[in-house]
Design a protein around this ligand. Structure first.
Ligand code: GAR
Length: 193
């Protein structure tokens, strides 16, 4: 069983998809820690319901990124987490966590990277009038949505598509893709050998 920590900032539908995949055995992992930077986010309630230990913080209570990341790192070590899974965590990961978890931090982003990095990727795709967007799962480096790509899935943008309708389509793909990609990443090598 891989021990994973899931980080989120928002509603946590991807956290839920991962937790559900764990429960039915599609993802052989244990969520040992949930980290959230927005007190009041709905994802916190989800983590509570799933009885996952939590660390919730406000960046403004710390002198800077290095300070709060040191506290997160301590919690990660205590939990035994082997991987950090970003699921809508809207802060750049800094050197403190990158150094300790090199090659073991994974992110999901709602576009076909390198198109539309950063915030509001779905809105950016709509404004650009592209006909296809999608989802990318990638390793995290020091950049904004720039690390090596692990998997991508496309989503067609229909005539008259709205932010809400595209968001729904992208979320459906994310919820299917993320647990699958993690399972492959954790165990594909073991099956091959
Ligand atoms: C997801 O669509 C995820 O791809 C995106 O935030 C959303 C979180 O939704 N992440 C990024 O934009 C990262 N740059 P959720 O809280 O319902 O899982």
């Amino acid at each position: 069983m891989k021990k994973i920590a899931v980080f989120a900032s928002g509603s946590g539908t991807n956290f839920q998809a991962i937790a559900d995949a764990v429960k039915i055995g599609d993802l052989q992992a244990e969520i040992v820690l949930f980290v959230c930077d927005r007190p009041g986010a709905y994802s916190i309630e989800r983590a509570q319901n799933e009885q996952v230990p939590q660390f919730v913080f406000s960046a403004k209570d710390y002198a800077g990124k290095a300070e709060y990341e040191r506290v997160i790192l301590q919690r990660l070590k205590e939990s035994g987490a082997e991987y950090i899974i970003l699921a809508g965590f809207m802060r750049l990961i800094g050197p403190t966590l990158l150094k300790e978890f090199e090659g073991r931090i994974i992110n999901i982003h709602p576009s076909l990277l390198p198109a539309f990095p950063g915030k509001d990727a779905i809105g950016q795709a709509l404004s650009a009038n592209v006909k296809v967007s999608g989802v990318t799962v990638h390793f995290v480096d020091e950049g904004m949505d720039t690390g090596p790509i692990i998997a991508q899935a496309s989503v067609e943008i229909d005539e008259g598509e709205t932010l809400e309708s595209l968001q729904k389509k992208i979320h459906e793909v994310e919820h299917r893709l993320y647990p699958q990609v993690l399972q492959n990443l954790f165990y594909a090598k073991m099956v091959e050998n």
